[in-house]
Design a protein around this ligand. Sequence first.
Ligand code: UDX
Length: 419
Amino acid sequence: MKEFWRVSIIGSGYVGLVAGACLAKLGNKVTLVDIDEEKIKTINNGVYPIYEEGLNEILSQVEIEASSDYQRIVGSDMIFLCVGTPPSEGGSVSLEDITEAAKQVADTLKRGNDYCVIAVKSTVPPGTTEEIVIPILERSRKKAGNDFGVCMAPEFLREGKAVYDFMNPMRLIIGELDKRSGDMLLDLYHDFNVPILRTNLRTAEMIKLASNAFLAMKLSFINEIGNICKQLGIDTHEVAKGMAFDERIGGKFLNAGIGFGGSCLPKDIRMLIAGAQETGYAPRLLEEVSKLNEKQALKPVELLKKHISLKGASIGLLGLAFKPGTDDVRESRAIMIVRALLEEGATIKAYDSLAVENFKRLFPQIEYVSKEDVLNCDAILIITEWEEFNNLDYRGKIIIDGRGVLKAKEARIYEGVCW
Ligand code: UDX
């Protein structure tokens, strides 16, 4: 076992930055490469482009070299590809960044002579590592499985809890081209005493997508049950509590509401659907999971219309982030809700604990105010269940609750989306 590895991380987004920080904390020598020079500059100045619990603390304790120059990765034992795979037309994802990163790595492979392992961490459609990444890497005139190793090592990090999740994984999935590649990755992960599955590259890619699709399905399932409960005057939260005693079901991911957002679940399920369709298979269940999620986001607006006329009304929004504990607004339910409210002619006042700056970039035309000012609107929608919303005074207000904030039940008019 080596004392430490020289690890290079390509891409300084959530996965790259967190993996880099944590691997450095575990004693490895980490180099972070990103083509975005501004980002590199800010990282080198000790300012990090994302908010993640515990990340700043680790980064202040370790030394990471951040650079936009790919030549810095020559001589690495292990190179992780952590670049983004943003959504593209038709539900699939753009593989442009990973293709470019692989080209750059191929270029550096020409220069170094030592064996190293290139591991894909980006979430990609099954087959990508074998069919796209390896052929590009082999343009270096070096042979995969001979001169260099290849792995696919998905991360299952939750935003807001990414550092914790990296350091305390529930399992390690190692997709490996051959035993030598996988052995090296396993050695890097020797600190973790958790179940490990070693498998082939495309299976590892599928495990990541299937895991996220399953979580998405659980959420759309409980939201569907919730929509039925709402019709019948039943509190879905009680139903979920009762279901959770069955260990086969479990209590996690059963909080009904306005659906799932973020940079992973909605995109990953669409990626899986698009990939299945390309093979000629129609994944009806997954399609419904995704469709139901889109409809669910607009439920609060439908309910609101039962109580007030939206034209000219002032509507307050509590929460803009896609979930509590993050400043991320990607695919946040708030986006669809704001669009719908603006179309109806409402004026909007919004508050969030962390995500205002990010949301402002999408909607500069709405007003951003304190939570107390939000409560002075004609009606209020709760979109993100920030803990602090449990300390507000809702008496006398009209509240439509998308997330189950108990205290809000004291409102004059209170409606939950699924309860
Ligand atoms: C998710 C996966 O959990 C993680 O394993 C994967 O690596 C990346 O995608 P993340 O996007 O950070 O992580 O969010 P997560 O905590 O899973 O929540 C996703 C969405 O589901 C949020 O919008 C959240 O509000 C919603 N959600 C979650 C519910 O509506 N109810 C729940 O019970 C749980």
